[in-house]
Design a protein around this ligand. Structure first.
Ligand code: MG
Length: 382
């Protein structure tokens, strides 16, 4: 029996995870849920899934949820509530789909409690990859990612020796501004940046896809998940999003994983791992999808991607600061307070202010995250 604690149940990955669990049926159970403030949807989920415990962001959200569901469900609040859900005794799989740095502490707690974790959000690995991979090794647990590119690579690497890998190739859709030059991006509005051509996602990750910052996070995520230096992780733009990523081996062979752009396949793979179970989804029709095209990303235009490589090479607190700066910059951009091209500028300035510390612990990382947010607000002029 796979008993799932789902963190971020009302978000895009969370709701799709529940759909996959519904389809899988027998053998899969939801025992704990965590969400933020979308209490109405969460209440529906609680009534459908009957988890033993639910966590929400605030005491107000708890009171509202209490009034909408019956008394059997334990309702907890805030960061501590998230950790309680992530370490819930009967859960043996934690699907971690909480946006941003907030997802880090519950993942650490789940791993320390010996639970298998399927990370959907990349920030925890970007911020604390060294800590998370050490815990995973110590607990001898598979860390099967839900991010589609990393799921693709994970699948291509099954049964392979990582020492024979020449490079990983992450595919990127290129976002709404593929092919644009810097001058084209000067006056970009939030509405334009929120219009993603292939993937439907939350606002933060959609803006990060438009700047290619998201791909930068994925480069760092891949470096940790697969234990390869960042210079062995390449990015190629593939607008159709059919090839989800590739692995090139030292004999020149390249393996790719393909599917229509959808998150249910990587979610199901992570839930049922190491098995592959039947899915009712429609099948990829390659003949209807051709031509498939590939092109190099322009790092001069999409500066955020270049900055992520810099951050990965610098290591220590820098990826953490980079991530925090981007969260602030994206929020300010969505509020109309900075321009689109200010996002990489803010991130770069905050990275430059960051101290170099080798092997920081969690407290140092949280302090660096908070400091980087203050710096980012200064750099935004807020
Ligand atoms: Mg992805």
């Amino acid at each position: 029996m796979t008993r799932i604690a789902l963190l971020g149940s009302t978000g895009s990955i969370g709701t799709q995870t529940l759909e996959v669990v519904e389809q899988l049926g027998e053998g899969y159970e939801i025992v704990a849920l965590a969400a933020g403030r979308q209490v109405g949807l969460l209440a529906e989920q609680v009534r459908r899934w009957r988890p033993a415990i639910v966590s929400v962001a605030t005491p107000e959200a708890r009171d509202e949820l209490r009034s909408l569901v019956d008394g059997d469900t334990r309702i907890v609040v805030g960061d501590e509530g998230l950790v309680e859900v992530a370490t819930w005794d009967s859960a043996n799989l934690v699907v971690a789909a909480v946006t941003g740095a907030l997802g880090l502490r519950p993942i650490v707690a789940a791993l320390e409690a010996g639970k298998r974790v399927a990370p959907a959000n990349k920030e925890p690995l970007v911020i604390a990859g060294s800590i998370l991979m050490r815990l995973t090794r110590e607990q001898n647990l598979p860390l099967v990612p839900i991010d589609s590119e990393h799921s693709a690579i994970y699948q291509c690497l099954r049964g392979e020796d990582v020492a024979t890998v020449e490079r990983l190739v992450l595919t990127a859709s290129g976002g709404p501004f593929r092919g644009c030059q810097l001058a084209d991006l000067e006056g970009v509005t939030p509405e334009q940046a929120l219009c993603h051509p292939t993937w439907k996602m939350g606002p933060k990750i959609t803006i990060d896809s438009a700047t290619l910052f998201n791909k930068g996070l994925e480069v760092i995520e891949a470096q940790w998940l697969f234990g390869l230096p960042v210079d062995k992780v390449d990015v190629i733009v593939h607008p159709q999003s059919i090839v989800h990523s590739m692995v090139e081996f030292q004999d020149g062979s390249v393996l790719a994983q393909m599917d229509d752009p959808n998150m249910r396949t990587p979610i199901q793979f992570a839930l049922t791992y190491p098995q592959r179970l039947r899915s009712p989804r429609s099948r990829l029709s390659l003949a209807a999808r051709v031509p498939l095209s590939f092109e190099q990303p322009n790092l001069d235009v999409f500066r955020c991607l270049a900055l992520a490589y810099d951050a990965a090479r610098a290591g220590g607190l820098v990826p953490c600061a980079m991530n925090a700066a981007d969260e602030v910059a994206v929020e300010r951009f969505l509020q109309g307070r900075i321009r689109f091209l200010d996002i990489p500028r803010v991130v770069e300035r905050v990275m430059a202010r960051c101290e170099h510390v080798a092997d920081p612990d969690l407290d140092m990382l949280f302090a660096a995250d908070a400091q980087a947010r203050r710096w980012a607000d200064e750099e935004c002029g807020c």
